[in-house]
Design a protein around this ligand. Structure first.
Ligand SMILES: O=C(O)C1=C[C@@H](OP(=O)(O)O)[C@@H](O)[C@H](O)C1
Ligand SMILES: C=C(OP(=O)(O)O)C(=O)O
Length: 428
């Protein structure tokens, strides 16, 4: 499916979808538990991959009236009777690789072409250090992955600058091992707020994990059980970033985004970034409401070490703002569904933006030319698609974004929400 975006304004109220990161973890933690009710979960392609994995390990997940009823495998995953298809989801693949290492047998994980191009090597090595076996069928650290357990815990040494999901995976699984897992970081941790989300979620399920001087540590022999047997998922700030960006660049009247309760999500930094760029934005944290109005934006400098998923949104904002926007510390953003640094440079370039791409820095030279409508490649990547759609709202002429169905990964009704706010969007 392609979408055609016509230049238009937006205004009104929208509700942010539930957090993808929290939903993955809430469902998997319920799997590690006896079971739990997960309220307000995200229903998206990536979450369905985690649901499949929980079921493959012997759990069961059913949905009634927007609540997931998860029957867990109680810390003891069964050996799956088939290959687990993780689809497009890196989070599922990484979290579940460590779950598989607990099972007394072999688990095989695979996914779509994008997933099979992403790095998992350091996590496979870590499972080897714990006495399990985890291999890439092609010997290149990429899926398909073959994992054999059981491991009983121990100490691992692992780089922190490829994916924080490796750390989250080991913490999640380590809690139900006999010995626990101590993680020594070999390099600085990138995307660290996602490990905060992990430890926050684990705490909500009654499980402790802690930061140490050299990494992280989780004691073994713990049991997952959320208070009252239930957990409610907060709104997603990465998804909100597109709604806030469209309000800042194309708002006729204010755009009000609901579901913005504070949580450990690093991507709530989008509010401060928009403020720095000159947007009229206000966050009522108690009410969980962010209001933004169309504003003349100026370029800024942002370090996305902690907030990789904001890069496409910031790149679009930079293309519309006046002056240079420098997005620094972005090498790890190349390891996502696509190389998002190159993808945004290339696709915004097709719309007339002047962009300089370096390995770890993306600079958008805003204000040099106005954006013009073009046919741009969504790169089968939900975040590229949504960011280009926002750019299309203010481009001169029509913008066609290809492969737009991939928003199903994190924000399935994104185009309906955009249309509801008055955006000119047609699915073709
Ligand atoms: O743990 C998570 O929920 C995520 C961690 C981040 O990945 P990395 O840790 O690989 O940067 C982020 O990009 C991804 O969208 C979700
Ligand atoms: C990179 C992302 O997710 P994952 O790593 O789970 O594929 C994302 O949602 O932008």
């Amino acid at each position: 499916m392609n979408v055609e975006i016509t230049p238009s304004t937006v205004s009104g109220r929208a509700k942010a979808p539930p957090s993808k990161s929290y939903t993955h973890r809430a469902v998997l933690a319920a799997g590690y538990a006896d079971g739990a009710l997960v309220h307000d979960p995200l229903d998206s392609a990536d979450i369905r991959a985690t649901r499949r994995a929980v079921e493959a390990f012997g759990g069961d997940v059913t949905e009634t009236d927007g609540t997931l009823d998860v029957v867990g495998f109680d810390g003891r995953p069964e050996v799956p009777d088939d290959v687990i298809d993780c689809g497009n989801s890196g989070t599922t693949t990484r979290l579940v690789t460590a779950t598989a290492a607990l099972a007394d047998g072999i688990t095989v994980l695979t996914g779509d072409a994008s997933l099979r191009s992403r790095p998992h090597g350091p996590l496979l090595d870590a499972i080897g250090q714990l006495g399990g076996s985890a291999r890439s069928t092609r010997g290149n650290g990429q899926a398909p992955l073959v994992i054999e357990g059981p491991v009983s815990g121990g100490t691992v040494s692992i780089p922190g600058d490829v994916s924080s999901q490796f750390i989250s995976a080991l913490l999640f699984a380590g809690a139900v091992t006999d010995e626990g897992i101590d993680i020594e970081l070999e390099t600085e941790l990138k995307s660290s707020p996602y490990v905060d989300i992990t430890t926050e979620l684990m705490a909500a399920y009654g499980v402790d994990a802690e930061r140490t001087d050299t990494g992280f540590s989780v004691a073994g022999g713990q049991s997952y059980a959320p208070a009252g047997g239930e957990y409610s998922v907060p709104g997603d700030f990465s998804s909100m970033s597109y709604l806030l960006a469209m309000g800042a660049v194309a708002g006729e009247d204010a755009v009000e985004v609901q579901g913005a309760q504070p949580s450990a999500q690093g991507d709530s930094a989008i509010v401060g970034i928009l403020e720095d760029m000159g947007a009229a934005i206000d966050w009522d944290q108690d009410g969980g409401v962010i209001t933004v109005e169309r504003s003349d934006l100026a370029g800024t400098t942002v370090d996305v070490g902690d907030t990789p998923d904001l890069l496409p949104t910031i790149a679009t904002l930079g293309a519309i703002a006046d002056g240079d926007t420098r997005i620094e510390n972005c090498e790890h953003v190349r390891y996502k569904e696509t190389d998002r640094v190159s993808a945004m440079a290339e696709e915004l370039g097709k719309m007339g933006a002047a962009v300089t791409e370096e390995h770890d820095v993306l600079t958008i030279h805003g204000g040099e030319t106005d954006l013009s409508g073009a046919t741009v490649d969504g790169c089968d990547d939900h975040r590229i698609i949504m960011s280009l759609a926002v750019a299309g709202l203010v481009a001169d002429g029509q913008t066609t974004v290809t492969g737009a169905e991939h928003v199903d990964v994190s924000f399935p009704d994104f185009f309906d929400v955009l249309a509801g706010l008055g955006g000119g969007v047609q699915q073709v």
